[in-house]
Ligand binder design. Structure first.
Ligand SMILES: *Cc1c(COP(=O)(O)O)cnc(C)c1O
Length: 247
């Protein structure tokens, strides 16, 4: 089986090819290596190969890994799981970007928890574009009031939007990604800088880059299949089990 370094190289080549295919500058997409459930050694190998952005889904796991790897200069943690308010402190302590903001209550809690650490946090709002019942995130209609509320919180910077598309259907995924990009454009007055778009995973990153993703969140293709019993999978490979919620 290929090493993490080899898999990472292959994913970088896919991102590069996707950027070039659609006429975007190379390097315009940030690759977030999703390391949930994977050991520190795998993260260290990816880091040694130049990877700096890592994604985690579970607050306690982020806490443990960020502390253990705090000596690695320039490492950046992205929290991409469902975040309970009572774990906001962990994200405030370690994360550079939260991809899954879904309420003003959580935003206020994060703002409060960031102060003692004297840290800021970049925020992406998770949008349930597909309207699937089991999906996290706000509806498109809830976006405007949420972004408006964020404007009053000093330590949070609203940068863009994130979505998880329906699985097993590239055409529907593309439609979701396109809708997310349109929403970001419509709300750009509330976003700092060029809107960030976190969309695309191991199986659909090319589709996402084509539709304007600035961040792709790739786990399986870099670190291999995850195995932990009982967790629902956001992934379309039936041999892979994974989870995206932190409960
Ligand atoms: C686990 C996870 C990923 C990575 O998925 P892969 O299919 O393994 O690349 C991306 N985004 C979210 C929100 C996840 O929970």
């Amino acid at each position: 089986m290929a090493s993490v370094t080899e898999r990472l190289e292959a994913v970088r080549a896919r991102v590069y090819a996707a950027e070039i295919a659609v006429g975007r500058p190379s390097g315009s997409v940030t690759l977030v290596a999703v390391s949930k459930t994977k050991p520190l050694a795998a993260i260290e190998e990816a880091y040694a190969a130049g990877q700096r952005d890592f994604g985690e889904n579970y607050a306690q796991e982020l806490d443990r890994k960020a502390q253990a790897l705090a000596h690695l200069p320039g490492i950046r943690w992205h929290f991409i799981g469902n975040l309970q308010r009572n774990k906001a402190k962990i994200v405030a302590a370690h994360a550079h970007v939260l991809h899954t903001l879904d309420s003003l209550e959580l935003a206020r809690e994060l703002d409060k928890r960031l102060a003692p650490f004297d840290r800021d946090l970049e925020i992406l709002v998770e949008v349930n574009v597909s309207g699937e019942m089991q999906k996290h995130g706000v509806s498109p209609a809830e976006l405007s009031p949420l972004l408006g509320g964020l404007a009053g919180l000093r330590r949070l910077t609203a940068r863009g939007l994130m979505t998880v598309p329906p699985v097993d259907d590239d055409a529907r995924a593309a439609a979701c990604f396109r809708a997310l990009a349109a929403l970001a454009g419509a709300h750009r007055a509330h976003l700092r800088g060029e809107p960030l778009l976190s969309m695309g995973m191991s199986d659909d990153l090319e589709v996402a880059v084509r539709e304007g993703a600035t961040h792709v969140r790739v786990g399986t293709a870099i670190f291999g299949a995850r195995s932990y019993p009982g967790a629902p999978s956001p992934h379309r490979d039936p041999e892979t089990s994974g989870g995206s919620s932190d409960s």
